[in-house]
Design a protein around this ligand. Sequence first.
Ligand SMILES: Nc1ncnc2c1ncn2[C@@H]1O[C@H](COP(=O)(O)OP(=O)(O)O)[C@@H](O)[C@H]1O
Ligand SMILES: O=P(O)(O)O[C@H]1O[C@H](CO)[C@@H](O[C@H]2O[C@H](CO)[C@@H](O)[C@H](O)[C@H]2O)[C@H](O)[C@H]1O
Length: 464
Amino acid sequence: MTRLEELLTTWIPTQRWFAGKGVAVDALRIEATHVLVPGVPGLRILVVAVAQNGRTDRYQVLLGLRAPDAIADELAHAVIGVCDSPADLRDLPSVVVYDATHDASMTAYLLDAIAEDRDDGAVRFRSAPGSTVHTGLRSLVLTGEQSNTTLVYGEEYVLKTFRRLWPGRNPDLELTSALARVGSEYIARPHGWIETDVVDPETGRTTPTTLAMLQQYLRSATDGWVLAATSVRDLYASPDLLPGEAGGDFAGEAHRLGAATAAVHRDLARVLPTDVLSPEAQARLADDMAARLHVAVAEVPELASHARTLYAAFEALGNMDADLPVQRVHGDYHLGQVVRTDSGWVLLDFEGEPAVPVRERQKLSSPLRDVAGMLRSFDYAARYQLVGRTDNSALVATARAWAQRNREAFCEGYAFGGGVDPEKHQMVLRAFEYDKAVYEVMYEARHRPHWISIPLDSIMALTG
Ligand SMILES: Nc1ncnc2c1ncn2[C@@H]1O[C@H](COP(=O)(O)OP(=O)(O)O)[C@@H](O)[C@H]1O
Ligand SMILES: O=P(O)(O)O[C@H]1O[C@H](CO)[C@@H](O[C@H]2O[C@H](CO)[C@@H](O)[C@H](O)[C@H]2O)[C@H](O)[C@H]1O
């Protein structure tokens, strides 16, 4: 009979949220099993350590268990396999295990437990200060290209379950809660969270670690990426027009998004620490960018011919003779992280780069890093519909014009909303844009190789 570890070794690498794609799994160990609903049907939270190529990453698996003949058709797609029963279920020779995020009868438990501030063994469920969580709502899994798994309960809440676990409080919860405390209108209100203790392998300390965050579901939300892509599509349909003349012009939205971004940065600086980088710290920041480029060139040799310009931009940042104010920022800002609601733009997903340890993500950074992220995203939105088109040469200029118009509108909106004027900090902005483009080359190489030409073409255009 099969052990659960064996099933997980096959299943985890096929999941969208698995960060170690393309690298063989050397070993898999279940580090913790939290039994939330005992017996069958049952629900457990597993912390699974996956060793690959000398490093170990931790993932959260919400595991459903049922008797082998008791799995409903609608759960068939979520089945991981049949394995030996765990030690506490010895009266059953085997069980079917499945991804419990798809089982509304099990996920109801999570919402109930948050509403009751339950302590369940080593798992703590908490509602946010001042929130009364409503229960009895059925959950559905949000589909999409995600690093995590998000459940929507009724039309009221989303529960974002963090898949890759790093010891510590997830910045998404930390920053969203901080912004909620000052009444920010640009976030989805946090309603609760789930946490457990994880031993930090670096320090050996037991560290409260966020497993999930419950947040207001924004019913009327449309993804910023979808809106921008629609605008680009409209323009491509009439390429003789200038972006400002086309029906679906996005510049007004880009301006409002810039202003919303500045407001969020202002609030973060108000409630969380700020600093000014010392010249040494500035040099370290530039060195880190150069080190990331070095790794990327080794993995994607096409980058090599542009490396000199990129290194020069990082060096200029390192030697810059001007103050660089830093604060908590979003950290992975792009059009897929913002939604347009009836009342304006809302920023989501403050967790930063999921592949970076929480400790790193908590470091203060320049808000221009987020600005650069969004500018890169305008470039992506403009270019992605050209991927694979052989007739695209005429449209390249159109794409550039669209990205430029929205870049300017966003920067103007950012300055109008009280942020620094990004266009007046070209050296810093350029370094962050290059650094993000290098990150994207690596991201696409690992997750969406068919899109790698997007950041590579931008780097080519940016570096001349
Ligand atoms: N509170 C919310 N209300 C409505 N939609 C949401 C909400 N939170 C997330 N979403 C949708 O889910 C997508 C992914 O959410 P996100 O927090 O960015 O997850 P991930 O870290 O996995 O990328 C968003 O782009 C948005 O479309
Ligand atoms: O999963 P997350 O949303 O936290 O972020 C990761 O995935 C993003 C892709 O979904 C990736 O963003 C890149 O692609 C976007 C278009 O899909 C584009 O708008 C962004 O500018 C580009 O960086 C993001 O980098 C990655 O961390």
